[in-house]
Design a protein around this ligand. Sequence first.
Ligand code: 726
Length: 371
Amino acid sequence: MDPFRFTIQARSGRARVGLLTTPHGRVETPLFMPVGTQGSVKGLLPKDLKAIGSQVLLANTYHLLLRPGPERVQALGGLHRFAGWDGPWLTDSGGFQVMSLGHLRRIDEEGVVFQSHLDGSLIRLTPERSIAIQEALGADFIMAFDECPPYPSSPEYLKASLERTLRWLERSLKAKTRPDQALFGIAQGGTDAGLRALSTRETLRFDLPGYAIGGLAVGETKEEMFPMVALSTEILPEAKPRYLMGVGHPEDLVAAMGLGVDLFDSVYPTRTGRFGSALVPEGRINLKNAQYLEDKRPLEEGCDCYACQTFSRAYIAHLVRAEEMLGGILLSLHNLRFLHRLTERAREAIRQGSYGAFAREFAERRFGKEI
Ligand SMILES: CNc1nc2c(CC[C@H]3O[C@H](OC)[C@H](OC)[C@@H](OC)[C@@H]3OC)c3nc(N)[nH]c(=O)c3cc2[nH]1
């Protein structure tokens, strides 16, 4: 039986609730995936991630390749055992990170050659090697090796790049050996509607358990990004999960869920937490701001997370100013819980057939008044 079944449980407009089975349990979509770049969601214990409703964690092929190395992770039982998370994992293919982190030396038909951002050593990544690394790491969801073109790119570059990404997808699929891992293809095409449609249609020629919308959230405006999301979900098959890579602002999740996106990842909630900010329905509050030093209220009234149930804004503002680790930990915990509650409420609204009302209420609180 297919280890990765996806069934639609409810619909409301283009939004849908899905049930995605994996070898490490069933997850409900739409869902937000916390990023654990080096095999850990910074500052948070796996048991606390479970408690706040995290379902799928992300790890980074590029980072884990450099340190500790996929062979070590494999020898230690793979990501689930190594990092103490027995729910599903997703790993990216490493292409994007090379563009954004490594010192890219060359990109050609074979793959990419880059300098490690750690010690400057030269490393080559090809579709075959990316899949081998992801198989050693043992994630449940693995990504095809692709190129996420820089923004902006010329139409000529976008077209050549998406065509190479399609050839790399074929090579990624051929290199895959584990039936207990789901390989997602990644559509590209930048913000050019014709090329986005072309890449998405060509990616669909490969019958895969899910498809990612790539090449977005790389600096383009929302006005450029969302038409590409809408175009993509019009073309992508209803029956397969859609993963919008790198998108994590609450309002962007609400808009994209309304357009039929099922899976999201972003460093935003944990990174902004480490920098001292809390996500709230009105937007974001920065606890470094002196106004919070006497504020007895929780980060967010009504939030059920440990940070909101136990501490005041004043205490967390103190921790942030004192550069106490606990400040970033509590804010990361709250921010992830905030996104998980958002997707929980979204799933409930979809089941009630009232996603439109949910999105309107969200927008009124988010944009209705100044904080
Ligand atoms: C932000 N906008 C954003 N992120 C895109 C990521 C990377 C997601 C990646 O983004 C961080 O890596 C840098 C995360 O680590 C910090 C990774 O989590 C492990 C996450 O992997 C799924 C893309 N990855 C691929 N392979 N292809 C893409 O087209 C693409 C587009 C993105 N846009």
